[in-house]
Design a protein around this ligand. Structure first.
Ligand SMILES: [Fe+2]
Ligand SMILES: [Fe+2]
Length: 295
C-alpha cells in the first residue's frame, strides 16, 4: 500500500503543487489578473457569477471539513499524511473562491449573508449526507463520499466551467485550472486507497451504496436548480449584448457548445458525464452503483 502512496507524499505534493503549478500565483491566478469589466459592471452578469461561485465555496467548505475530519479516522499513517495535504488544498480552494466573491464586490462583512442567500439547498443536503459519515469517523464511507463522489462531481463541474471561461475570463480560468489539478490528485487517492478497504470490509458495502444513492440524488437536484435559478438565458444574452460581448463562451465540453447550449442541455450533459464516471469508479473499488430516483 505504501508504494502507490508515494505519488501522494507530502514531498511529492510540495514539488508538484506549491513549487510547481501554483508557483507565482496569487489567489490561484496570475498576479494582477482581474475579472472582466462586463462582469463587474453589469448586475445580471455579476449576479450570475456570484451565484455560481457561492456553490463552489460551499462545496469546498464541505471538502475542507471532510478531508480534515477524516485524518483522525484514517487507519494508517500514509493516508493521514495524504489527507493533511488535501486539507491544505481544500483550504486553498475555499480561499480562492471566497476571494473571487470579494473581487466581484462582496464586502467582508456581507460574506456569510451572500453565501446563505445564494446557497443551493440541495447542495447543502448533499454536504450533510457526507459530513454525517465523517462525524461518525466512518473512514471507508467518508472517503467514498468525499474522494469519489464529491470530488468526482467537483472535477467535472470545474472542467465544464473551465471550458466555458478559459477565453472569456482568463483570471477565473486560471483559478479553476489549479483547482482541477489538485482535484485530480484527490480523486486518484480515493480510488487507490479505498478499493482494498472495501474488499476487507464487505459488510460496509450496503451502507456505502445507500449513501451514494442519496448523494447522487442531491447532486442531480442541485444541478436541476442551479441551471434554472438566477438570471434567465435571455436576460444573460441581453446583458452580454449591452456590454458589447458577442458570446457568453466559445468553449466546448463533452461535445456541447457551451456558448449556445440551453440550461436543459447543460444539466443533462453534466449529470450524464458525472454519473457515468461514478459508475466506473465505484465498479473499480467494488461498489455497485445505485441509480438515484429522479429529483
Ligand atoms: Fe477542492
Ligand atoms: Fe478536493
Amino acid at each position: 500500500m505504501t508504494d502507490f502512496l508515494k505519488g501522494y507524499s507530502v514531498q511529492y505534493w510540495l514539488e508538484s503543487a506549491p513549487q510547481g503549478y501554483l508557483m507565482d500565483t496569487e489567489y490561484g491566478h496570475a498576479e494582477g489578473e482581474q475579472e472582466p469589466e462586463a462582469v463587474l459592471n453589469n448586475e445580471v452578469l455579476r449576479e450570475q457569477a456570484l451565484r455560481s461561485t457561492v456553490q463552489l465555496v460551499l462545496g469546498e467548505r464541505c471538502a475542507l471539513a471532510a478531508s480534515s475530519g477524516l485524518i483522525n479516522a484514517a487507519p494508517d499513517e500514509a493516508s493521514k499524511r495524504v489527507l493533511a495535504t488535501q486539507t491544505l488544498d481544500e483550504a486553498r480552494h475555499v480561499e480562492v473562491f471566497t476571494h473571487r466573491l470579494y473581487d466581484l464586490g462582496v464586502k467582508r462583512g456581507e460574506l456569510e449573508t451572500v453565501i446563505s442567500d445564494f446557497a443551493n439547498p440541495n447542495l447543502v443536503k448533499f454536504a450533510e449526507v457526507l459530513l454525517e459519515k465523517v462525524d461518525q469517523k466512518d473512514f471507508v464511507a467518508g472517503v467514498v463520499g468525499q474522494n469519489v463522489i464529491l470530488e468526482g462531481m467537483a472535477f467535472h463541474v470545474f472542467e465544464m466551467m473551465h471550458a466555458a471561461n478559459e477565453k472569456v475570463n482568463p483570471k477565473f480560468g486560471h483559478t479553476l485550472a489549479g483547482t482541477i489539478a489538485d482535484e485530480r490528485r484527490h480523486v486518484g487517492f480515493g480510488e487507490n486507497r479505498i478499493g482494498s478497504l472495501v474488499r476487507e470490509h464487505p459488510e460496509r458495502k450496503s451502507d456505502i451504496e445507500r449513501m451514494q444513492r442519496e448523494m447522487s440524488y442531491y447532486m442531480l437536484a442541485t444541478f436541476g436548480e442551479a441551471f434554472r435559478q438566477g438570471p434567465s438565458p435571455e436576460e444573460v444574452q441581453q446583458a452580454l449584448e449591452k456590454e458589447g460581448v458577442t458570446r457568453r463562451s466559445d468553449g466546448q465540453w463533452q461535445g456541447v457548445n457551451l456558448g449556445d447550449a440551453s440550461p436543459e442541455d447543460l444539466e443533462e450533459v453534466l449529470g450524464d458525464t458525472i454519473l457515468k464516471e461514478f459508475k466506473h469508479r465505484l465498479e473499480r473499488i467494488g461498489i455497485d452503483y445505485q441509480t438515484p430516483i429522479q429529483p
